[in-house]
Ligand binder design. Structure first.
Ligand SMILES: NC(=O)c1ccc[n+]([C@@H]2O[C@H](COP(=O)([O-])OP(=O)(O)OC[C@H]3O[C@@H](n4cnc5c(N)ncnc54)[C@H](OP(=O)(O)O)[C@@H]3O)[C@@H](O)[C@H]2O)c1
Length: 237
């Protein structure tokens, strides 16, 4: 049987690279993508290497679909997808609706929501084509902004994460009975506070892999604590 495939959107030095290393060392073929990743030449996508890097901008839904097509043509359908890219344009906390331009708001929604919608659509195409026995999972890296407690200045990211949480919940609700799982992954400290700048890339990668393997379990709203796994806080649904 050929190796399973993991595809990461927005793969940078923290969550992204840790996820690449973790899945590679557990027998996966891994494709990492971001805007600045080194672009491969035509024909360089061969079968003799389990790790590829592709340029992809999640602001552009065509770029997301092209990435899936490239992976399918070279290796096959990915069974693990990680959507880790995010975009924030900060607003004036005292006057967000004057300071933010509509075009900035639209641009952040493209990366945080529309790109996610497209990636879920493409993931579902792939999941349907994969053997039933293969474990299938889609991870979106969220934060606590979907709780609808506004953080001053974060209108763009908050609206994006909130809409993203809905899409992830919607997908998990619709496809869980087919074995396709969708998780809004949100790392917290043990007391429930958001980790913010102390986000731990390796803890995310270990958590993703544990959920794929089935050694860990979680509902779609996947608040987790490093070393503990899923934790249901009082405000979680
Ligand atoms: N739970 C929490 O409290 C918490 C805290 C912090 C962050 N987060 C979430 O964690 C995620 C980021 O984690 P990280 O910084 O550790 O990840 P990372 O893997 O270190 O970097 C993410 C990468 O995403 C890429 N990216 C940004 N915009 C993109 C676009 N339009 N298209 C494609 N790629 C794009 C960037 O690379 P290029 O510039 O090359 O495109 C960046 O290096 C975000 O979703 C963020 O909201 C959660």
């Amino acid at each position: 049987m050929s190796k399973p495939i993991a595809l990461i959107f927005g793969s940078g030095p923290n969550v992204g690279y840790a996820t690449v290393r973790t899945f590679l060392s557990n027998g996966y073929r891994v494709v990492q993508t971001s805007r600045s990743v080194k672009k491969l030449q035509d024909g360089a996508f061969t079968d003799d290497d389990d790790h590829k890097a592709l340029e992809c901008d999640v602001n552009d839904t065509a770029s997301i679909s092209r990435t899936f097509e490239t992976v399918r043509a070279a290796w096959g359908q990915p069974s693990v997808i990680v959507y880790n890219a995010a975009r924030l344009v900060k607003a004036d906390p005292t006057d967000p609706f004057s300071s933010l331009s509509t075009s900035d708001f639209e641009a952040t929604l493209r990366a945080n929501v529309v790109g996610l919608f497209q990636a879920i659509k493409e993931a579902v195409v792939g999941f349907k084509a994969l053997p039933e026995a293969e474990r299938k999972a889609f991870f979106f890296t969220g934060n606590n902004l979907n709780e609808l407690k506004p953080l001053p200045g974060f209108s763009t990211l908050g609206a994006g994460k909130s809409a993203a949480a809905y899409l992830v919940a919607d997908a998990d609700n619709a496809y869980q009975n087919k074995g396709y799982r969708f998780y809004y992954v949100d790392e917290r400290f043990a007391d429930g506070r958001a980790v913010v700048n102390e986000i731990d890339g390796q803890a995310h990668a270990d958590y993703f892999y544990g959920l794929v393997k089935g050694t860990l379990t979680s509902p779609w709203w996947s608040t987790f604590v490093k070393g503990e796994g899923y934790v249901k806080f009082p405000w979680n649904r």
